[in-house]
Design a protein around this ligand. Structure first.
Ligand code: ATP
Length: 238
């Protein structure tokens, strides 16, 4: 049986009378690339913040890497938040040097390999970067870390479709022989779904469908089709 890297039982998180997570039950298998999918406001970012210990559940139990989330395990997690910003005066090379000193598990050789693939010049300064270029830098800083869990919240937003396809191909290649679990939330399901081994669909803070993408495809169709049918026509479609 596959071990799980994140285990949630009946997790609830409320903001006022709004449920960001509502008795969420999720078990995420390790060493997979996992799509965390759902419409705006379905709880994806809150779920990620909970895994990293930034948000505490009101009730329920969560285990990450066999422990409670928080500072004790954050060395083992690379997290790209949805609204990441970088220091404007850094160059790409400067950011890598900073990361090598401060980010646990950061491998500068991996970062350079990814930067070449993503066509990031080392002397490019953050202040002169487009949104898509900055998104690539943030992605590299996370992906280049040798940690068991990588969390990418909307990593492709702002990256044009051609670059996105190239980046995704590169990520699949780069990740193929690594023992890491990657959680990715995205609204670009159509282009990205080829990289997912496993998918979890959230709606109103609950997991409404999850499983190996191969099995889900055989049963329901592509992740993109599932998404459209599910959220457009409601759960009755299944
Ligand atoms: N700090 C907060 N204060 C108040 N409400 C919040 C807060 N964080 C999240 N929420 C609410 O919780 C719900 C889930 O938000 P969350 O950001 O987790 O959704 P999401 O699936 O990541 O959305 P998106 O796809 O738009 O990024 C939303 O209704 C949101 O308004």
């Amino acid at each position: 049986m596959t071990a799980s890297i994140v285990n949630c039982q009946q997790i609830t998180k409320r903001y006022g009378d709004k449920h960001a997570l509502d008795e969420l039950n999720v078990s995420i298998p390790e060493n997979k690339i996992v799509g965390i999918l759902g419409p705006n406001g379905s709880g994806k970012s809150t779920f990620f913040r909970m895994i990293t210990g930034l948000v505490k559940p009101d009730s329920g139990e969560i285990e990450v890497l066999g422990k409670r989330p928080g500072s004790g395990i954050n060395r083992e997690i690379a997290y790209l938040p949805d609204r990441a910003r970088w220091y404007p005066n850094h160059t790409v090379a400067g950011a890598f040097e900073w990361a090598e000193k401060l980010l646990p598990g950061f491998d500068i050789a991996n970062a350079k390999e990814l930067a070449d693939f993503m066509e990031m010049k080392r002397d490019m300064r953050v202040s002169g970067m487009s949104r898509g270029q900055e998104a690539r830098l943030m992605l590299i800083l996370c992906m280049a870390r040798n940690v068991p869990l990588i969390i990418l919240d909307e990593p492709f937003s702002g990256i044009d479709v051609i670059s996105r396809e190239r980046i995704i191909e590169g990520m699949i290649d780069y990740l193929s022989d690594r023992d890491q679990t990657i959680l990715i939330s995205t609204h670009e399901i159509y282009e990205v779904e080829g990289m997912f081994d496993y998918a979890i669909f959230l709606n109103q803070g609950k997991a409404i469908l999850s499983g190996d993408t191969e099995e889900l495809r055989a049963q329901y169709g592509s992740m993109h089709d599932i998404f459209r049918q599910f959220y457009r026509y409601g759960k009755g479609g299944f």
